[in-house]
Design a protein around this ligand. Structure first.
Ligand code: SF4
Length: 154
């Protein structure tokens, strides 16, 4: 299947703090699939490392008070265009990120408090009809891949 995935989930050092995360279980599960990568924050023009940012109302603000909303929207648009152009079957994004969060994001106060919500790129993709999962949805992803193995015409 064709899948758009957060670049950092595959081990790229593009997170705000430049740290790598490698999800071996997810990597193994996706072996043999056609993967396309995106990092909306970097593609939106932000550097790595960069100041942490959180969604506050309709804006995205860093912990230093800088408004980075425009960069987040540019990156989200690039992710959407890639998903459309590659005609991906679904998307796997990194949970809790202000760009890629699927079910939870930080609440905008930089206190480590999570709330229900989607990142900027996730919202853009779901609004366009794409199914977006996170690395926490391993069972659902497994089922989708298994169903496709049984019916490759899907
Ligand atoms: S969560 Fe999304 S925006 Fe953040 S580093 Fe990963 S791919 Fe980039």
């Amino acid at each position: 299947m064709k899948i758009l995935i957060s670049r950092c989930l595959m081990g790229a050092p593009c997170r705000y703090n430049g740290e790598r995360i490698i999800n071996i279980e997810l990597l193994s599960l996706l072996e043999g699939q056609k993967l396309y990568f995106t990092c909306p924050e970097v593609e939106g023009g932000l550097p790595t490392p960069r100041s942490p940012a959180e969604i506050k109302g309709s804006r995205v603000i860093t912990n230093l008070g800088n408004d980075v909303t425009e960069s987040f929207h540019i990156g989200a648009e690039i992710a959407l265009e890639r998903a459309r152009f590659k005609n991906v079957d679904f998307v796997i994004f990194k949970e809790q990120s202000p760009s890629c969060g699927v079910k939870r994001v930080y609440d905008g106060n930089f206190t480590g408090t999570l709330m229900e919500g989607q990142g900027i790129a996730t919202k853009k993709l779901t609004d366009d009809g794409f199914r977006v999962y996170s690395e926490e949805d391993m069972e659902e992803i497994k089922k989708l891949l298994e169903a496709n193995d049984e019916d490759p015409s899907e």
